[in-house]
Design a protein around this ligand. Structure first.
Ligand code: NCD
Length: 316
């Protein structure tokens, strides 16, 4: 079992065997989380600080729960009320927190690259909880675990990622992970929501949902990232739903046992039909949430092991 990272900043630096290590350890935490007694002491004595500069429900809650279940001292910084509002820079805030000797820093930030920058300034392990449209590694890992449990493997599957690819860090991290694990990936969406140079990722690009969904094993839907759009990328939400919203009819083109995923938060009636999202025979959206806690426990466990094994190397 090897995991040689000091931070979890993205999927990009991970080797396939490191991804497998993390998923295998996550399985153990899935089992722990299903017990009545969920407490472990893996992170006992360590301090975890969560800094969310962008709104979050699932990711923040699951990082907090993950740390608490592993026995860490967990602090949630309220960034709305922090000195950032008084003009302090991200780096100054990071240095201030660093002086309090945290061991694990979980950061979400609206700017791509901000979390990498911060990791260079502190001497604890940093976990990226989503930076701009760049990466969201724990989301891709929890998606991989959900797929592996539903399909029995995480390689040689046909996987469609649909919707707002251009603005989505979830799409980017998933694309990187699924490509490393040798899956066949299709990206489906309007040309206005496809990033330039997407062909370089080794995925097939489709404009038409029915064509793109043909015989896929997994359908991954994405939220329209309105907060990252600065113009008219779609004619209207109604039109978008008509062409790209996943409903039973469009899903009928996928394999009969294809699973439906969505990272949340969902816009029902925009990218997905509400009834389909709730259909426990097709949708694994709630499983994704459950896997999120386990994956974050595994990620923090592995990083803490490396912290303990190489404390000096981690000093800046
Ligand atoms: C995603 C995010 O924040 O990138 N949410 C999440 O973490 N589950 C997806 C989104 O906001 O659409």
């Amino acid at each position: 079992m090897r995991f040689d990272q000091r931070h979890l900043l993205g999927i990009e630096p991970l080797r396939p065997d490191e991804i497998t290590t993390l998923l295998d350890l996550s399985e153990r935490y899935v089992a722990l989380n299903r017990q009545q007694q969920k407490r472990s002491t893996v992170l006992a004595g360590l301090t975890q600080i969560n800094m969310f500069f962008e709104n979050s429900t699932r990711t923040q809650a699951s990082f907090e729960l993950a740390g608490k279940r592993l026995g860490a001292d967990v602090m949630n910084m309220s960034m709305q009320a922090s000195s950032i509002k008084k003009g302090e820079t991200l780096i100054d805030t990071a240095m201030t927190l660093n002086a309090m000797h945290p061991d694990l820093l979980v950061v979400r930030h609206p700017h791509s690259g901000a979390v990498d920058l911060l990791a260079q300034k502190v001497n604890c392990a940093v976990l990226n909880a989503g930076d701009g449209r760049h990466e969201h590694p724990t989301q891709a890992l929890l998606d991989a675990l959900t797929i592996r449990r539903a399909k029995g493997r995480i390689h040689r599957l046909n996987i469609a990622i649909c919707g707002d690819i251009a603005h989505s860090r979830v799409a980017r991290s998933n694309l990187l992970l699924l490509h490393k694990m040798e899956n066949r990936i299709r990206l489906i969406g309007p040309p206005t929501l496809m990033p330039a140079g997407i062909d370089a990722f080794g995925a097939e690009v489709y404009e038409d949902m029915k064509e793109g969904l043909q015989d896929v094993d997994v359908v991954m839907m994405l939220r329209l990232q309105k907060e990252r759009m600065d113009g008219g990328f779609i004619p209207s939400e109604r039109e978008y739903y008509h062409r790209y919203g996943l409903d039973a009819e469009k899903l009928s083109h996928a394999k009969p046992d294809a699973i439906v995923m969505h990272p949340g938060p969902m816009n029902r009636g925009v990218e997905i039909d509400g009834t389909l999202a709730d259909d426990i025979n097709r949708s694994v959206i709630q499983d994704q949430v459950e896997m999120g806690v386990a994956v974050r426990m595994a990620a923090m466990d592995l990083l803490a092991r490396n912290l303990r094994a190489h404390p000096k190397e981690l000093m800046v």
